[in-house]
Design a protein around this ligand. Structure first.
Ligand SMILES: C[S@@+](CC[C@H](N)C(=O)[O-])C[C@H]1O[C@@H](n2cnc3c(N)ncnc32)[C@H](O)[C@@H]1O
Length: 312
């Protein structure tokens, strides 16, 4: 419990008020709300207060340790509220199949908070810290085979360059990828410091390189794309989706899906041949951003952007 208390003190949720205010529960039917990124439950614990007895709240977190800790905290709140709950220890890219397993066909609200938790940022054995010496792992889900070590020691220079460019448009991508390939011929890269020493440019460059590898290890953009597409399909009419992201590529992925799903034709042919039908109404034209006050109180919030839409 002491560990939870310590972590709880460090973590501040981003766009908490904006997300909670966006939720309007239906009073004439059962609400099925899905939180795809539960830990640290701040969003969740505020949303429960708005739910009716016998509504269903479903929580995903790919990280077993995070989910277990969140369960301890949330179970007390649940008892008071009589909200039904299901915890799912899985990547949100499996949203559709996991919901099918528990016989849920439709949902009324879904949200994602795509930031890393403070636990991940502090537990550098799983995450990236170019300041400390840790095994090069970076897996969110330990059952997956591919670690950061596998990537830096097996991708070709061209493949490495591509991920540094794709995820961060890193200007030094070419030099760094060749440096990695040269160095690993002498000695396998196993530790965060092995990599950090090779990337001797600015801390910003180091941070981008480490983040790009983390995104590749966890297939983060593919997971977001898959999950959001499935979420839109699962939403019932007037159901809503709210996504908070922290990285421009995450936001671009969300924006593109929302844009596509808010149009009746996506082929741009003179006579439409795609037969695409819009499924979303955008509830904010521009992304929702943290206030200056939030940024002052929590620097981590400064890169946050949220998008919000309704199923039609
Ligand atoms: C920023 S935290 C969520 C914070 C929470 N919304 C709050 O209010 O305190 C993100 C959580 O999402 C989880 N996560 C990240 N990517 C995931 C994925 N693809 N599938 C499931 N969980 C994921 C992480 O393990 C982490 O616990």
């Amino acid at each position: 419990m002491d560990e939870i208390n310590d972590i709880e003190k460090k973590h501040i949720s981003v766009l908490l008020e904006e997300l909670v205010e966006s939720i309007e529960v239906f009073d004439d039917k059962k609400n099925v709300i899905v939180d795809c990124t539960l830990w640290m439950w701040w969003h969740a614990s505020k949303i429960i207060e708005k739910m009716n007895a016998w509504d269903l709240f479903i929580w995903f977190d790919a990280d077993t340790k995070n989910l277990e800790m969140a369960k301890l905290r949330i179970e007390n709140i649940l008892k008071e509220r009589q909200v039904e709950s299901i915890f799912i220890n899985s990547n949100f890219k499996n949203l559709k199949s996991e919901l099918k397993n528990i016989k849920i066909e439709k949902i009324t609200w879904i949200y994602y908070d795509l930031g890393l938790s403070s636990l991940h940022l502090d537990e550098a054995d799983r995450w990236f810290s170019f300041m400390q010496d840790w095994p090069l792992d970076m897996r969110l889900d330990k059952s997956k085979w591919k670690t950061a070590e596998d990537i830096v020691n097996s991708y070709t220079a061209a493949e490495l360059r591509e991920i540094f460019l794709k995820y961060w448009e890193e200007p030094q991508a070419n030099k760094i990828s060749h440096k990695i390939v040269e160095q690993r011929k002498k000695k396998r890269l196993k530790r965060t410091l092995d990599l950090s020493e090779l990337v001797w440019w600015t801390p910003k460059t180091k941070s981008r390189i480490f983040q790009a590898i983390r995104i590749e290890v966890n297939w983060e953009l593919e997971a977001i794309e898959q999950s959001i597409n499935d979420a839109i399909e699962l939403l019932e009419k007037k159901g809503k989706i709210f996504v908070i992201s922290f990285h421009s590529l995450e936001d671009r992925t969300v924006k593109q899906i929302f844009k596509r799903e808010s149009k009746d034709c996506i082929c741009n042919d003179l006579i439409c041949s795609c037969n695409h039908k819009k499924s979303l109404k955008l509830l904010n034209k521009k992304p929702i951003l943290p206030t200056q006050e939030e940024i002052r109180n929590n620097k981590r919030s400064r890169s946050a952007k949220a998008r919000f839409a309704e199923k039609i």
